[in-house]
Design a protein around this ligand. Structure first.
Ligand code: ADP
Ligand code: MG
Length: 601
């Protein structure tokens, strides 16, 4: 082996830079976060060639005093913390003092900055960690960073860069998250001379959602505000109708920081579970404020992950808030008949499937409206809706005016009859409602069964011969952990030697579905992370399986029976989806029909 020696500083810097600067988007992230920390109210980001050859970031923040400029570019230099104790209360986005030194190690940086107190600004040039010049020049208050030719001196890393379009799309989605998380700051994002995103900084987050995701999403949001002892949750929940096929639209910010967290994703998805089909994911933008003492943000150099001291509490608060936000909402999807479409196709899922690569192109093909936001939005709403003018407010009142499934509405239902032995037609409030008899029935049974489970003591039913299951290590651990829960429900489970277990008794009301795969599925569903609502998770699984078995196809209901079923739906916690997430009711407006018959154009 070669002799041991200390690496040169420039080599150390380049290696360290690898942790912070992975691609152009990392540079933008760090510099915009610095601008936010510098109290900027307006930030412009301009890139060329996906940010590989050119990134310019301008802010109107506090600026850097001349005598601190060189220092700012040293590794571990920061104005944001003094000691490790400060980490507990840190509220700035940065604090590790690594970004400027890392960026300067692997690119050519030019900085122009001026503090409010200084008469003149400064221009500082540093390339590959090597200082080139520092001079005084005239400049506006604030800071501009120019970062050119990323990885020009580290060809090995340059090779890992993707096409300029892909790199631009990473920056684009980063900018969307930054703009969403800071509605008080006016952002402008320019790609190859073209403005792709521009926000007003007026603090209105819904307006930014509209800007980024478009009308269909903005029109289907539920606003929430909730406060607990250690956590505040504000923001928007997408109605189930705008759910998506992947997690890219589950956005949440912790103390203003965009992060990924399995714990929070799980809390959100669990709350949405009864409203979505399998493999569907919700749209959310949640601003979560957590007491900084319960948070460790110093887990990862890019701070994309963090650790909670009180995971279960955070899970419970978020799950509960989202679940409450979703209950008692009128989620009946409205169908529209268009010329080229199959009739009666529900209108959800209008957006293209998102992918990092597509987001930039998507923006190019959808030019931003030239008028100010409010005007455009209201006009579009007018074109779309039949509601009287008073309902044209930005609020979602128009959607929730009169609920089909409300005790007071029931006398006004006119049940027309059944078609195709499955669907019931009901007229109400200028709309035609179509109920899927089986889905509705299943839902009513499911909720009834869940209620019984919750209220009653559970009894056990012996099975013979016992069911022998063999478990892997993780499953065994889960079984040990949740054994008391299973026993409470009426399961009797004994070790059968090695990794085998015998189930000698099952909950009495589930006698007909004592299947191995059901038990294993339940085990898989239990997450150690949350440790909450375990018995509910088991029950839900069991109940949804058993009512599916109970509802047989194609029975004809009498009108009175249907009326009764609607009455029962009315009592459901969430009558709008069957236990498997399919809609139970859809609706069509009178206006839609009249349009179809060309009574109105
Ligand atoms: P950190 O953000 O972790 O403190 P950085 O290397 O990103 O470390 O920045 C070093 C220091 O440079 C910051 O602490 C801050 O004082 C100063 N700085 C960087 N960017 C700006 C800016 N846009 N405006 C004002 N000061 C800045
Ligand atoms: Mg920083």
């Amino acid at each position: 082996m070669a002799e041991i020696h200390l690496l040169e500083q420039s080599t150390i810097d380049k290696i360290a830079a690898g942790e912070v600067v992975e691609r152009p988007a990392s540079v933008v992230k760090e510099l915009v976060e610095n601008a936010i920390d510098a109290q900027a109210t307006a930030i412009t980001v301009e890139i060329k060639e996906g940010g590989i050859s050119f990134i310019r970031i301008t802010d109107n923040g506090c600026g850097i005093p001349k005598e601190e400029i060189a220092l700012a570019f040293l590794r571990h230099s920061t104005s944001k913390i003094r000691s490790v104790e400060d980490l507990v209360t840190v509220t700035s986005l940065g604090f590790r003092g690594e970004a400027l030194s890392s960026i300067a190690a692997v690119s050519q940086v030019e900085l122009i900055t001026k503090t409010q107190e200084a008469l003149l600004g400064c221009r500082y040039v540093i390339e590959g960690s090597e200082e080139k010049s520092l001079e005084e020049i005239g400049a506006p208050n604030g800071t501009t960073f120019l970062v050119r030719n990323l990885f020009y001196n580290t060809p090995a890393r340059q090779k890992f860069l993707k096409t300029p379009q892909t790199e631009a799309s990473h920056i684009s989605s980063l900018m969307e998250h930054l703009a969403l998380s800071h509605p008080d700051i006016s952002f402008r994002f320019i790609v190859n001379g073209q403005t792709k995103l521009s926000t007003s900084g007026n603090g209105n987050q819904k307006e930014i959602i509209y800007h980024i995701y478009g009308r269909d999403i903005a029109a289907n949001l539920i606003e929430i505000h909730q406060k607990y002892e250690n956590i505040c949750i504000d923001g928007f929940l997408g109605k189930p109708i705008i759910s998506r096929g992947n997690r890219n639209f589950e956005t949440f910010f912790i103390n203003g920081r965009y992060i990924k967290s399995q714990l929070i994703s799980k809390a959100i998805e669990d709350a949405y579970k009864n409203h979505l089909m399998q493999h569907q994911y919700p749209f959310t933008v949640l601003n979560i404020t957590v007491n900084t003492e319960l948070l460790d943000v110093n887990v990862h150099p890019t701070k994309m992950e963090l650790r909670f001291d009180n995971g279960p509490e955070i899970y419970k608060n978020i799950q509960q808030t989202v679940a409450e936000g979703l209950t008692h909402r009128d989620f009946i999807p409205e169908v529209t008949l268009t010329e080229n479409e199959e009739p009666l196709k529900p209108s959800p899922k209008l957006l293209p499937k998102p992918s990092p690569e597509s987001s930039v192109q998507r923006k190019e093909s959808v030019p931003k409206p030239p008028e100010p936001f409010e005007t455009v939005r209201i006009r579009e709403l007018e074109q779309k809706t039949t509601a009287p003018p008073k309902q044209l407010k930005i609020e979602e009142s128009s959607v929730y005016e009169q609920h089909f499934l409300e005790e007071a509405s029931k006398p006004k239902h006119r049940i027309i009859g059944q078609v195709f032995s499955t669907y019931w037609l009901v007229e109400f409030d200028e709309k035609l409602f179509i109920i899927d008899q089986h889905a509705a029935h299943e839902k009513v049974l499911f909720e009834r069964m869940m209620r019984n489970f919750r209220e009653k003591e559970f009894t056990s039913q012996q099975i013979s011969p016992p069911m022998v299951i063999s478990l892997n290590m993780r499953e065994e651990e889960l079984l040990q952990k949740f054994l008391p829960e299973f026993q409470r429900l009426g399961y009797q489970i004994e070790s059968f030697g090695g990794s085998e277990y015998s189930i000698c008794a099952v909950p009495a009301n589930l006698y007909q579905i004592n299947e191995k795969h059901l038990f294993l599925e339940m085990l898989d569903d239990l997450s150690e992370e949350t440790g909450l609502k375990t018995s509910d998770a088991i029950l839900e699984k069991v109940a949804s399986m058993s009512c599916k078995a109970a509802v047989k196809g194609n029975q004809r209901l009498s009108l009175a029976e249907m009326d009764h079923l609607i009455g029962e739906l009315l009592e459901c916690e969430n009558p709008y989806q069957c236990p498997h997430g399919r809609p139970t009711i859809i609706s069509m407006t009178k206006y839609e029909l009249e349009k179809k018959f060309k009574r109105i154009v």
